[in-house]
Design a binder for this molecule. Structure first.
Ligand code: UDP
Length: 241
C-alpha cells in the first residue's frame, strides 16, 4: 500500500476548515493508500490533539500573502519527516473531497500532478494571468496549454521536494528584488509546470470546483467559499485557487 503525505496549512482563521477537510479526506481521498497528514498551524486546540495519522506542526500566523507565498519553504522546514511517505500532495485549507477517489495512480503515474484552474477553462493561453514583470523568476515566455491552480497539486516525494526547493529559492530571490508574483505561489507553480509539461499529469477542473459554481460535472473536490465560512476575502482572489 502506498503512503501519501498530505500537506495542509491552516494558520489563523483557516483552522476552522480542518475538521471538514480531514473527515472528507479520510473518507474519500485515495482509498487504496495510507494517508499521513502534515498540518501547519498556530491553532492551540489542533496542536494539542493526538491523532495517529496527523503530524501537527507549529506555524506562526502571518499576514497575507505570506502564508500562501511562502508555502514551499514551510513544507521544506519538515522535509525529513516526509521520508515516511512515497508521495506528497498539497491541499488548500478550504477543500472538501466530495467523491471517493479510488486510487492514487491517477495522481502519481507521472512525477507531478496539477489541476486545471476552474476560472480559466477553455481560455486563450495568451490571456492566462501570468506574471507580467519580466524581472520576476515567475515570468513565462511560452504559455502552457492550461493554467493550473495552486490549491491542489502534488508529486512523487523526491520530485515534489526538488520543486519546493527551486520555487522557494525563486520566491526568495523575487522578494530580494521587491517582487511578489501576481498570484503568489500559484504563479511560480505555473512557471514550473509550463517548462515541464511532459512530467505532469493534469487533472480536470472538477478536482477543484468552487462552491456554488455551475459546472458540467459534479465536483470531485469542492473549494468552500472562504467569505461564507470564515469571512475572509482576499482582494480579487476569487480566481486564485
Ligand atoms: N492560508 C492560511 N492562513 C492564512 C491565509 C492563507 O493558512 O491566513 C493558507 C491556507 O492553506 C489557504 C492557502 O494559504 O488555503 C491559500 O490562501 P487562500 O485560500 O486565502 O487564497 P487563494 O488560494 O484563494 O488565493
Amino acid at each position: 500500500m502506498s503512503k501519501i503525505g498530505v500537506l495542509y496549512i491552516c494558520t489563523g482563521k483557516y483552522a476552522a476548515f480542518w475538521d471538514g477537510f480531514y473527515a472528507s479526506a479520510k473518507e474519500n481521498l485515495c482509498i487504496d493508500s495510507q494517508l499521513i497528514f502534515y498540518v501547519f498551524t498556530d491553532c492551540e486546540a489542533l496542536l494539542n490533539l493526538q491523532l495517529d495519522d496527523v503530524r501537527f506542526i507549529y506555524k506562526k500566523s502571518e499576514s497575507w500573502p505570506m502564508p500562501t507565498l511562502m508555502r514551499f519553504s514551510t513544507f521544506l522546514s519538515q522535509e525529513k519527516k516526509y521520508l515516511e511517505v512515497d508521495y506528497l500532495l498539497f491541499c488548500n485549507a478550504n477543500l472538501i473531497i466530495e467523491q471517493p477517489i479510488a486510487t492514487a495512480e491517477i495522481f502519481f503515474d507521472k512525477p507531478y500532478f496539477a489541476t486545471i484552474h476552474p476560472g480559466h477553462v477553455g481560455k486563450d493561453p495568451q490571456k492566462f494571468p501570468y506574471e507580467k514583470n519580466s524581472n520576476s523568476l515567475a515570468y513565462i515566455n511560452n504559455a502552457a496549454p492550461y493554467y493550473v491552480c495552486g490549491g491542489f497539486n502534488g508529486g512523487r516525494r523526491e520530485d515534489f521536494v526538488k520543486m519546493c526547493e527551486l520555487l522557494s529559492r525563486n520566491i526568495d530571490k523575487d522578494l530580494e528584488n521587491n517582487i511578489i508574483a501576481v498570484w503568489h505561489d500559484e504563479t511560480h507553480f505555473n512557471k514550473f509546470y509550463s517548462e515541464r509539461l511532459n512530467l505532469f499529469n493534469v487533472l480536470p477542473a472538477k478536482y477543484c470546483q468552487p462552491q456554488g459554481w455551475p459546472a458540467k460535472d459534479d465536483p470531485i473536490i469542492t473549494v468552500l467559499n472562504k467569505e461564507f465560512v470564515i469571512g475572509v476575502s482576499n482582494k480579487g482572489a476569487f480566481y486564485s485557487i
